[in-house]
Structure formats: structure tokens, C-alpha cells
Design a protein around this ligand. Structure first.
Ligand SMILES: Cc1cc2nc3c(=O)[nH]c(=O)nc-3n(C[C@H](O)[C@H](O)[C@H](O)COP(=O)(O)OP(=O)(O)OC[C@H]3O[C@@H](n4cnc5c(N)ncnc54)[C@H](O)[C@@H]3O)c2cc1C
Length: 332
């Protein structure tokens, strides 16, 4: 059955559902016809799924496109999200996905969105698989990518014993011998938080320490040592740190290492569509999660430095409601 475009819109979920079963003929049909939705959400992790729930419950036709690489995928246990404390991150996401997919106007596409462009009726998103989808509104819940340092063993420990946030994993390492791999304001801020969880803290600046005299005094007062020698390796067992190895070969045992990493946007599509970024590199949004470009919204890590599952879910929920509100104003 070859549906004209308006029927794709009207019966969008049916058309997509059958097309996604993937017979040769339906695949071919998808490539020549654009399927239109009310909203395309790029990124189907916590923020995107949360927005999809608000929109699905409002009977909006929603397509979620997700490439399956959430930033916390290596963490064995996710903490500090009420009702899911200590769960495996993928379990939280799978449960969310099954709840969201119970709403019949929501569709999920496993794959990578590779471009976006403006159209007469809204926006178009193209995927790596060659499919093209249209929507009146776009929501980017694409998250960020942490840029790993060139330290042997670092990547393998990331999210397990090399951690980014005291709220997410600090309690599990309370009282433990802890390093903070950072410098300047960032290191001082993390040290002030972590000192409340353990009194055995060392800052590894990997170069000349950058603290003012007041900060040095306060670090000394709390017995926080600073080591400037570069770190070349993290010796570990299955992601659990044993030793931090310094240039020159000396080493020290630590149980946990906090690391403040640089990051980049997981997707460059929002910037290419003209969405303004903040000085730190997040997508600039207002209180309604609207970006600087009309009809485009962003939520979760991509648009906030408050990095947590709870915050991603909260901003996704706001974005979903605000997009629905905008659609309602335009259509009612
Ligand atoms: C190591 C680590 C451990 C953490 N532990 C905790 C914790 O214990 N508790 C806590 O509350 N928070 C924790 N966090 C923070 C939390 O994981 C994030 O705040 C949260 O995952 C953000 O959700 P998000 O949906 O915005 O982005 P993400 O979860 O990162 O998901 C983004 C999604 O978008 C997809 N995507 C990106 N670009 C495209 C594209 N072009 N096309 C299709 N899909 C795309 C990705 O594949 C991914 O699935 C941790 C973070 C890290 C890095």
C-alpha cells in the first residue's frame, strides 16, 4: 500500500510501524517518501524519552531517533534519581522506553540523525540509513560527549571508579582514598564537595597548580595535598582503580579518581541549524527549553551544566509540555 504524504501524516504511526518491519519494498518506499510527524526528538535517552511521554500523552505524532550511546553507558549503577537509586542505567532507560512506547502516536527509530534542514512546513531530519523525516518542531536531547585524556586505563575506569560527580558516585566512595584530577577553580570546587565525604583527598593537577593563596591556605587547612607531576596511567582491575602512575614511574594507590573533562556536543546538527551555544558549549535555551531558533528546542545534558538523570528527565518534561503548548497555539 503506497500512502500519499497526507496519509503518512494522518496515519504516520501505522505507516512507520509497517515500514520499520523492514521488507525490501517498504524500505524503498521510505527512502522516496518523507514521513512527517508533529515533533522529531533526536536523542532517545532520559531527556528525549521524558519529552516523548509528555507529547505522546498529548496525542502528538512523535518520532524519536536514537543512536544508542548515552554518556553513562559504562556506569554499573546510577544514583541520586529517586525511585531508581542504584539501578543499571540501561535498565532505567529500557523501562522508560517501554512506558513511552505504550503511547500509540510515538515511534522509535534506532539510528543516527546526520543532518537537519529547514523546510516550508518546519524541519527535515535525515538519517545515516538514508531515511528522511519531517516535523513541525525539533527537539534535541542529544547529550554531550566527554573527551577522554590520553591516559592509559582512563577510559576503562570512566564511570566505574574514575567519576565525574560527587552526587552520582561520591557516597559509594565515602571514606576512601580519593584523587581529584583537575586544576584551578574546578579542582577547588570538587575538593570542597568531596572533603565532606572523605578526609583523604589529593589533587592531581598534571602540571603547574593554579590556585590563589586563599585557596592554597584552605586546601592545606583540610590536609589536601597537591601533586603537579603528570599522570600517564591508571592501573586498574576491571575498571576499579588500583594505582595512579605518574610520569617517571612513581605511583600511588587510590580507590577513586574524580575527573573534570572537557566535552563537545554529541550532535553538531543543532549548531549547523543555527542554534546558539553558550560560552561553555551547551545549547542556549530559555526557561521553556526553546533554543535561539524558532521551532527548535533542546533539553538534558546538551543544554545544561546540571548533569543528572533527574535534571534530564525534568527538562525533557518541560520541553515536551512547551512544544505541545506551541503546537496548540498554532493550531487551535
Ligand atoms: C560516567 C557517567 C556516570 C553518570 N552517573 C550518573 C548517576 O549515577 N546519576 C545521575 O543522575 N547522573 C549520572 N550521570 C549523568 C547522566 O548520565 C546524564 O545527565 C544523562 O544521561 C543525560 O541524559 P540525556 O538524555 O540528556 O543524554 P544522554 O543520556 O547522554 O543521551 C543522549 C542520547 O542521544 C543520542 N544521540 C546523540 N546524537 C544523536 C544523533 N545525531 N542521532 C541519534 N541519536 C543521537 C545518543 O546516542 C544518546 O542515546 C552520569 C554521567 C556520566 C558521564
Amino acid at each position: 500500500m503506497h500512502l500519499p504524504r497526507r496519509d503518512f501524516i494522518k496515519y504516520g504511526t501505522v505507516a512507520v510501524a509497517s515500514a520499520f518491519k523492514g521488507t525490501a519494498s517498504t524500505k524503498y518506499r521510505i527512502m522516496e517518501e518523507r514521513i512527517d510527524f508533529d515533533v522529531i526528538i533526536v536523542g532517545g535517552s532520559y531527556a528525549g524519552l521524558s519529552a516523548a511521554m509528555a507529547l505522546g500523552r498529548s496525542l502528538r505524532h512523535v518520532l524519536i531517533i536514537d543512536s544508542g550511546y548515552p554518556c553513562n553507558r559504562q556506569t554499573p549503577h546510577s544514583h541520586n534519581f529517586i525511585s531508581h537509586d542504584g539501578e543499571k542505567p540501561s535498565v532505567i532507560a529500557e523501562k522508560a522506553r517501554s512506558q513511552v512506547m505504550a503511547y500509540p502516536t510515538v515511534r522509535f527509530y534506532d539510528g543516527l540523525a546526520v543532518y537537519g534542514k529547514r523546510t516550508d512546513t518546519g524541519y527535515e531530519i535525515g538519517t545515516q540509513g538514508g531515511q528522511t523525516f519531517g516535523a513541525k518542531k525539533l527537539l534535541f536531547a542529544t547529550g554531550i560527549k566527554d573527551i577522554m585524556p590520553d591516559i592509559t586505563g582512563f577510559q576503562e575506569c570512566w564511570g566505574i571508579s574514575v567519576i565525574h560527580c560527587p552526587y552520582c558516585h561520591g557516597y559509594e566512595y565515602r571514606g576512601k582514598k580519593t584523587a581529584i584530577m583537575a586544576n584551578g577553580e574546578r579542582a577547588f570546587h570538587i575538593a570542597s564537595l568531596v572533603h565532606n565525604l572523605t578526609d583523604n583527598v589529593t589533587i592531581l593537577t598534571r602540571g603547574k597548580a593554579d590556585f590563589n593563596t586563599d585557596q592554597i591556605d584552605r586546601l592545606e587547612k583540610h590536609n589536601i595535598q597537591i601533586i603537579e607531576t603528570d599522570v600517564v596511567k591508571i592501573a586498574h582491575e576491571q575498571g576499579y582503580v588500583n594505582q595512579v602512575v605518574f610520569r617517571g614511574g612513581s605511583n600511588i594507590h587510590f580507590d577513586a579518581v574524580y575527573a573534570a573533562l572537557p566535552f563537545e556536543q554529541h550532535s553538531d546538527i543543532p549548531a549547523k541549524l543555527g542554534c546558539e551555544l553558550t560560552d561553555l558549549g551547551h545549547i542556549k535555551v530559555d526557561m521553556s527549553q526553546k533554543t535561539s531558533i524558532e521551532g527548535i528546542f533542546a533539553c538534558g545534558d546538551s543544554s545544561s551544566m546540571m548533569r543528572s538523570v533527574a535534571y534530564a528527565v525534568a527538562t525533557g518534561n518541560i520541553a515536551g509540555a512547551m512544544i505541545n503548548h506551541q503546537l496548540t497555539e498554532e493550531m487551535f
